[in-house]
Design a protein around this ligand. Structure first.
Ligand SMILES: [Cu+2]
Length: 157
């Protein structure tokens, strides 16, 4: 005798297991360091979700004003604007990077320095309207890593 329904049952099981772990993965999150008096900066990262979802908002204890932005060429000028959400198609990595999508930290009260870590809460909304929040600790990095000269020993003035 064979068991024709067995593969079907196994498939249902696997689906249930996947649904239980339908968490968005956040990789390589970082925040761009600021110079004194700079009031805004961007947070960048790679996002991947096992099912269709969208990044709808973000927050940070650093500032009450955090927006989801997109940077794009408009009339030959790079401009950025707030977007209602960033779509994450199932299984496809979406990169938030300088010159593209980013999480914007605005109204900064203090300088964001290299070596610090910025906590971020990212809110995702699935097609069913269910929301999940993912916490990220994003290290602060200089604008251009490779442009930073290596320094050795102590500085004396
Ligand atoms: Cu921006």
């Amino acid at each position: 005798m064979t068991f024709p329904f067995r593969p079907l049952a196994l498939g249902a099981l696997l689906f249930a297991a996947a649904a239980a772990h339908a968490q968005v993965t956040v990789k390589d999150a970082w925040v761009r360091a600021t110079v004194p008096q700079q009031k805004a900066t961007g947070a960048f990262m790679q996002l991947e979700s096992p099912q269709d979802t969208r990044l709808v908002s973000a927050s940070s204890p650093l500032t009450p004003t955090v927006e989801v932005h997109e940077m794009a060429m408009q009339d030959n000028v790079m401009r950025m604007r707030q977007v209602p959400a960033i779509d994450l198609p199932a299984g496809k990595a979406v990169e938030l990077k300088p010159g593209g999508y980013h999480v914007m930290l605005m109204d900064l009260k203090q300088q964001v320095k290299v070596g610090e870590t910025v906590p971020l809460s990212l809110v995702f909304e699935g097609k069913d309207g269910k929301r999940q929040t993912v916490q990220v600790q994003a290290p602060v990095r200089p604008l251009k890593n490779d442009a930073m000269p290596m320094t050795h020993g102590e500085h004396t003035h």
